[in-house]
Structure formats: C-alpha cells, structure tokens
Design a binder for this molecule. Structure first.
Ligand code: ADP
Ligand code: F6P
Length: 468
C-alpha cells in the first residue's frame, strides 16, 4: 500500500479528549482518514513567523504524522485572508458581490503555493500518492510537477465549483484552471460541481471531455469525478452514545422545559445562510403565534476568518438580527433564539443534535455540508428529529429524504419548520431510516477509499461522474 502525503492549508491535529473539536469539514474528515492510513499531513501551522524559513515542525499525534510550516504576516494577509478567502471563497460560493480582485492577493497566493511546494518536496518519496485539498492550493500540483515530481497527484475540492460565467470574472482564470490539469485526479463533492468544471474546460479552454469524464491535456490524461465526502460514522455514533453526549442531551432538554428544539451548527460564514435562517424562524413565530412559545432555535456558530471584513460584517448583522427577533418575540421566561459563538467537543455536540427535534441546515451554497450528516447520525432511530436541508447544499443530492428548502425564502422556511414540527412519528422514522442508510454507507472511509483508489490509478474511469 502506497503512503499518502496529504496537503491542505490547515493542519488540525487531534485535540485532547474533551477539548473543542476541529471545526470545518476538511479537518474533521482528514483526521479520520489519516488515522487509517500510514502517511503525513502537511500544511500551515496556523502560526506566523517574522521571516519565512521553511522549517518543518514534525509531530506524531494519535497515529497521524503532521508536518507544518509557519507563514509570514504578509503571506497570511495576501494568501489566506486575501486570495483564498476574499477572492476564491466568495466567488466559488456565487458571491461575486463580495469577491475582491487584487493583484497582491494573486501574487501572495502564488508565492505561498511555491513555499508549500519547496517545503513538502523533501518529504515526498517516489512511490507516495500526493493528495492536495481545497481552493487554497489549486496550483500546487503544477508547481510540484515543475520541480520534478512524477508521483500520482490528486486534488479534492471541498467547495462548490462556480458557473463558467462567474469564474470568467476572475483575472487569469485560464491560468489557474490550466494549472489544475497537472493533477492526475480532480475530485468534486457532487456531479453538479463536476459538470460545472467540465463546462468550463470545454467552453473556455476548448478541450474535449471523453465519455468517461477524462480530459486529455498536453499528452496526459486527467480524470475528474465526484466523490461525495461523508462523516466518520463509527466515530460519531460512538461519540453520540457516550456519557458526555447523554449529559449534554439532558442539560439542553431540561433547559427548554418541554419546548421543541431547532438546532443550527455552522462556522460563522455568510455562505451558511444564517441571517436568512433567523428570518425564516422569525416568520414562523409571527405566522404561528399559537406555537411560537413552544419552539427554541439553538444556533451554534463559532467565529471564522475574523480578519476578513465580510466575516466581521456577518457577525455584526447576526448580532443585530438576533437582538431584534428576540426583542420582538421573547417573554419573561422565554427567549426564542439562543445564539452561541463557540466550539464544542464532538460528543457534546452529538448530544445537542440528538436533543433537537429539527436540524436546520440551510446554507445558500455549500460544497457538501457535514453538519446535515452528523445530525442524522446522532438521532434516536425510534424517535428521530427532522432534517431541514437547503436545496443548495451538495448534501441535498444524497439526502433526498430530508425536507428540502429554498433558504432564500423565509416563507418556505417558515412553512417547512411548521411541517417538521407537526410531522407524525411514522413519517419521521421512515425518512430518517433512509437518510441514515446513506450517511452510514457513504461515510468518510468510503470517500477516502474511492479517492485513493482513483489516485492510485486502480479504477481509472470506473463509475465516472456518479454520486457515491
Ligand atoms: P464547513 O467545512 O464549511 O465548515 P461542514 O458542515 O462541512 O462545513 O463542516 C463543519 C464541521 O465543523 C462539522 O464537522 C461540524 O461538526 C464542525 N463544527 C461546526 N461548528 C462547530 C462547533 N461549534 N463546535 C464543534 N464543531 C463544530
Ligand atoms: O471545508 C471548507 C473549508 O474552507 C476548509 O478548507 C477549511 O479547513 C474549513 O472550511 C474551515 O475554514 P478555515 O480553515 O478558513 O478556518
């Protein structure tokens, strides 16, 4: 079995038991995947250094070997806060209004990708499989090729891939996408993003896509496929069955004194549709005054990317909105929205999910969304809650038995909340058992095995483009 070199912007080492877990789908999924595989996880430490030295900090934690580098403040500003999170992230989430095009960001992005390549190069042995993750590192494979790396290399994109006409607004978009074609495998979360990518290479680059979704480019063959990511089902259900989860469940239930609980768990990101979700809940409260005092929304939203202005803005907007809604609907012994800006250990989170009658997962655009899958996995199959899921989350293509909503419509959200609260036990069980089967079968191990198999070239082109 070949060794895996996993490369991503952020390397999140497992925390001590009881500490708040890694937030973000990529960190959570890779921790699980790497525990199973002999290999190294390379990336940025999250720390800054006055001057870049390329020094590798190697550590072994809980069966995962990590190798990290520190970055200079200018790198962090231009690469992470800049090109990654002020240019590509909004653009890839269809927020062209928030997308900033700044030459310095582009230069910083290329410089840091070079630095990543130089630092990881000595770790790569001839038989290793190299697996690069996400929008921070799209050109890394091509830079490594330029430095003589002949290994099989793959890229998995955790975000959506934008429509061609949106991507065309990015200066030098052709160069960026051409650099991606140096990978052997390019993986997307869903067929929707895959198709969008294929549309781009055909329309903007004039390339021919073969029937098996491979592309012949400069004498090499690149395979593009959908590999929907899942959760670590075994680990998560174990966490959900723990005493810690049980205590969290009881504490939350007793604090709402018989009221129904709706839960949202998201990084504080404008792509997650939190403002629209709050509006939808407020509309439900106004439309159904008879039920208004019976339901509480617990929104857990740890701050994310706080140095970026659009994230500071969404944080302020949500604080204001929560204040307005609670001001209008609260009573002396009741507050409708509990808004919490912190992370929780996974077992505690699982207990909260299980206590919730409704999981509200309503991003405006999301590559996949693992919270939806965690909510399903944490439910009691004999008395499960209802998942309300945005039709614009990648997960909606798999979790078809959720109540799918248009997250932009407060009317639709309010109606769907009402429908979920009134749903009979039999229907809840029927929907949940189908959702659970999908979450259990298409878990993170399945995802990893599928990707690594394609990366190793073992099933080249098999099942090209299918979900799951
Ligand atoms: P994204 O990758 O955009 O953040 P996902 O829904 O795919 O979105 O993944 C989010 C992950 O982060 C989930 O595993 C979720 O449990 C975790 N997470 C989010 N908020 C918290 C929190 N407050 N405490 C602990 N884990 C969290
Ligand atoms: O899953 C999308 C993603 O952007 C990951 O790449 C990232 O690790 C996670 O969300 C959290 O974001 P950040 O690393 O910027 O805190």
């Amino acid at each position: 079995m070949s060794r895996l070199i996993v490369i991503s912007n952020r390397v999140s080492v497992p925390k001590a038991a009881g500490a708040a877990g890694a937030q973000g789908g990529l960190a959570v999924a890779l921790n699980s995947a790497l525990r199973e595989h002999r290999g190294i996880w390379f990336g940025w430490s999250g720390q800054e250094t006055a001057e870049f030295t390329g020094h590798l900090d190697m550590q072994r934690n809980d069966d995962v070997t990590t190798a990290t580098i520190d970055l200079e403040p200018q790198d962090i500003d231009e690469y992470y806060n800049g090109y990654a999170n002020r240019t590509l992230w909004p653009l890839f989430h269809y927020r062209i209004d928030l997308t900033e095009y700044d030459r310095n960001f582009g230069e910083g992005y290329e410089r840091v990708n070079e630095r990543f390549a130089d630092s990881v190069l000595p770790l790569i042995e001839p038989e290793d499989l190299v697996w690069v993750h996400d929008y921070h590192l799209l050109p890394l494979g091509s830079i490594l090729r330029g430095k003589g790396v002949k290994n099989r290399m793959g890229l998995f994109l955790h975000t959506p891939w934008p429509p061609t006409r949106l991507l065309a607004s990015l200066p030098f978009h052709e160069r960026l996408v051409a650099s991606m074609l140096e990978y052997d495998v390019i993986g997307f979360q869903t067929t929707e993003w895959l198709e969008s990518f294929m549309h781009y290479v055909q329309k903007e680059m004039g390339l021919k896509v073969n029937l098996d979704n491979s592309i012949d480019y400069k004498g090499r063959r690149v395979v593009a496929r959908a590999f929907p990511i899942g959760i670590d089902y075994a680990e998560f259900t174990q966490a959900a069955a723990s005493d810690e989860a049980g205590a969290a469940y009881k504490a939350l239930k007793s604090s709402v004194r018989g009221r129904k609980i709706l839960i949202g768990v998201d990084r504080l990101d404008y792509s997650k549709g939190l403002g629209e979700r709050f509006e939808g809940f407020a509309r439900f409260l106004s439309d159904h005054p008879d039920q208004a005092g019976d339901a509480v929304l617990l929104q857990i939203a740890p701050p994310s990317r706080g140095d970026v202005a659009s994230y500071q803005q969404i944080r302020e907007d949500l604080e204001r909105k929560t204040g307005h809604i609670n001001g209008a609907h609260a009573d002396v012994n009741f507050v409708p929205i509990r808004y919490v800006n912190r992370g929780y250990p996974r077992a505690q989170l699982a207990g909260y999910y299980r206590a919730a009658d409704i999981g509200l997962v309503t991003p405006l655009r999301d590559g996949m969304n693992l919270v939806a899958k965690e909510y399903v996995a944490a439910q009691d199959p004999e008395d499960p809650g209802v998942l309300i899921l945005s039709q614009f989350a990648g997960a909606a293509l798999q979790l078809k038995d959720a109540l799918l909503v248009n997250p932009h419509s407060s009317e639709h959200l309010a109606e769907t909340i009402k429908r979920a609260l009134d749903m009979p036990l039999e229907e809840r069980k029927r929907r949940h058992s189908k959702l659970l089967a999908s979450v259990r079968e298409e878990d993170v191990i399945h995802w990893r095995e599928q990707f690594v198999r394609a990366l190793a070239g073992k099933d080249r082109n098999r099942d090209a483009g299918k979900e799951g």
